[in-house]
Write a new protein. Structure first.
Length: 310
């Protein structure tokens, strides 16, 4: 099973400019919606504002993460800083979940006693929000294909745009039919959608930070391919993990046939070449042992434990 690492590449400076524009647009929109929500009495508008505020905070975190991730490896971080974008994505999804539960609570309280709402203010600000949300989603769309960090932002923006449509519809129903209960009902709907997006996406960052196996790599196929290399007797203690979003790693022990021990370097190069070209595993630590000593080493370390790697 081959590993496809194709993803969109955006010039870093161009990407940073896009994120900067999105930050300022969401900041101005958040202020306008909070003021409008307070003046109009619309919880749905304030809900949309809180969602936009979480977007702005997410954009700031993502912007900082992009900058930090480009720093070269040093003595403190010998693997580099690429994982900071995974951490940023986890923070953003967690924020979305907290906002979602808060909005459900507030919406439920207002369903019991729906207040008066100024429908026209809701419709106008909802329209402005839709324009800004659509702009922000377009700015991040092409970038999100190659970054879990930016994907978290894009989903924020997409959910915002849909929420703005719901706010406009709610405002129109209030103007036409005085359906005040629609405002908190839409708030709850927005919150449920936010939770759905966050809960379905948060598993990826958690899996990476927990050193889980890369989801798009067939571990058994990798082991089988390595065992098929001439001179390899067996593979054991294979550990797969995701170093960064687009960098898979493998740490394993390779049992080499006694007659092939003098070809160790050739076997090593063949294995590394196959791992990178067929499976996209760019970082591999291979510990070699002769077949006639493998049983002795296995009893020394035990089965299933991780042995030292150079």
């Amino acid at each position: 099973m081959s590993h496809d690492h194709g993803h969109a590449h955006i010039d870093p400076k161009s990407g940073d400019r896009r994120v900067s524009i999105a930050i300022w647009a969401n900041a101005l929109l958040t202020v306008a919606q909070i003021v409008g929500g307070i003046l109009s009495g619309s919880l749905a508008l304030i809900a949309d504002a809180l969602h936009n505020f979480s977007d702005m905070a997410s954009l700031v975190i993502a912007f900082a993460a992009r900058k930090i991730a480009r720093r070269p490896a040093d003595e403190r971080m010998t693997f580099g800083y690429g994982r900071i974008e995974i951490v940023a994505a986890l923070i953003n999804y967690t924020t979305l979940i907290l906002v979602g539960f808060y909005l459900i609570y507030e919406g439920g309280m207002r369903m019991i006693d729906p207040p008066q709402v100024a429908g026209w203010t809701v419709v106008i600000l909802g329209g402005v929000a839709l324009v800004v949300d659509t702009l922000t989603a377009l700015l991040t769309y092409s970038m999100q294909k190659g970054s879990v960090n930016i994907r978290a932002l894009f989903l924020h923006n997409l959910s915002d745009a849909l929420a703005s449509v719901a706010v406009i519809v709610g405002g129109a129903l209030i103007i036409l039919y005085d359906m005040r209960w629609v405002d908190p009902a839409i708030t709850i709907g927005i919150a449920l959608y936010i939770l759905y997006l966050a809960l379905t996406e948060i598993g990826g960052p958690i899996r990476t930070l927990m050193l889980g196996s890369p989801p798009d790599i067939d571990n058994d196929a990798v082991v089988a391919a390595m065992r098929g290399i001439d001179g390899v007797a067996d593979i054991h203690h294979a550990h797969f993990w995701q170093m960064e979003e687009h960098a898979a790693a493998l740490d394993t022990h390779v049992v080499v046939e006694v007659t092939a021990w003098d070809r160790l370097e050739d076997i090593k190069h063949a294995m590394k070449r196959a791992l990178e070209s067929e499976f996209g595993i760019t970082h591999s630590t291979l510990e070699f042992e002769r077949q006639d000593r493998a049983h002795q080493n296995a009893s020394l370390y035990g089965h299933g434990g991780k042995e030292d790697a150079d």
